[in-house]
Design a protein around this ligand. Structure first.
Ligand SMILES: [Zn+2]
Length: 232
């Protein structure tokens, strides 16, 4: 699992690498892995940052993070509950504990932490803005919450990842509700092993939110998304 190609200007590349919220994201200068689990550490040879959204087993695997961190020397950004679980495994200058409202910069790439509606200890979601201003919202396995509407208006997301299954109370409808509130250019149904859930999400989107494109990802395939034109 790796993305060799360098994204063109105003685009990012991504890959969904497990049935949960595992996303590898590449901007023109940085590579970021969100919630790595169920992968071999060797497959992540060159990354700049790992982001962890919460401490559940399908999002946080401490020994895996320790190994990836050691072999890449990347930084690890984590919510406070996850940070506690990996504190003894990651050098202190490489571990950045985060909470909603915090922005962390990796050179020109910005990572903003937002809240998350999910029954975990201190779960978070991440808005990743590339050096070209491509905005990707990784909503972990959040359920919809009202503040998403304002965030959508303010941020004008290019891509939003929407959980459609596996997590408590998550369905294609709750995933669709995240898309409806945030109104991205491209909405991506993930966190599921069911193609039927993804198709149901796509149907809802087509009916209720025709201006948002639904991208149904296959695992371990690379996709490109561009910045929406109305922003420039
Ligand atoms: Zn999950």
């Amino acid at each position: 699992m790796s993305i060799q190609k360098i994204p063109e200007k105003n685009t990012v590349l991504f890959e969904w690498f497990n049935q949960y919220a595992g996303i590898l994201l590449k901007t023109p200068t940085k590579t970021i892995a969100v919630d790595p689990v169920d992968i071999k550490p060797k497959t992540l040879q060159k990354i700049d940052a790992i982001l962890v959204t919460h401490e559940h087993y399908d999002h946080l695997d401490p020994p895996l993070i320790a190994e990836i961190q050691k072999q890449t020397n990347c930084i690890v950004i984590a919510d406070s509950a996850s940070a506690k679980k990996i504190r003894h495994l990651v050098p202190p200058d490489k571990l950045k504990e985060t909470k909603p409202g915090t922005e962390i910069k990796i050179d020109e790439v910005s990572i903003k932490t937002e809240k998350c509606s999910h029954p975990a200890e201190a779960p978070v979601t991440y808005i990743i803005t590339s050096e070209d201003g491509v905005k990707v919202y990784h909503t972990a396995d959040s359920l919809p919450f009202p503040e998403l509407a304002l965030m959508g208006q303010k941020e004008k997301f290019d891509v939003v990842f929407c959980t459609v299954g596996i997590a408590p109370s998550s369905t294609p409808q709750t995933g669709f509700e995240i898309a409806r509130l945030t109104k991205p250019q491209v909405a991506i149904p993930y966190h599921t092993a069911s193609k039927a859930s993804q198709a149901e999400f796509a149907d809802l989107l087509k009916k209720e939110l025709p201006r948002t494109v639904c991208l149904i990802p296959e695992r371990n395939k690379i996709y490109q998304v561009s910045k929406r034109s109305e922003k420039t």
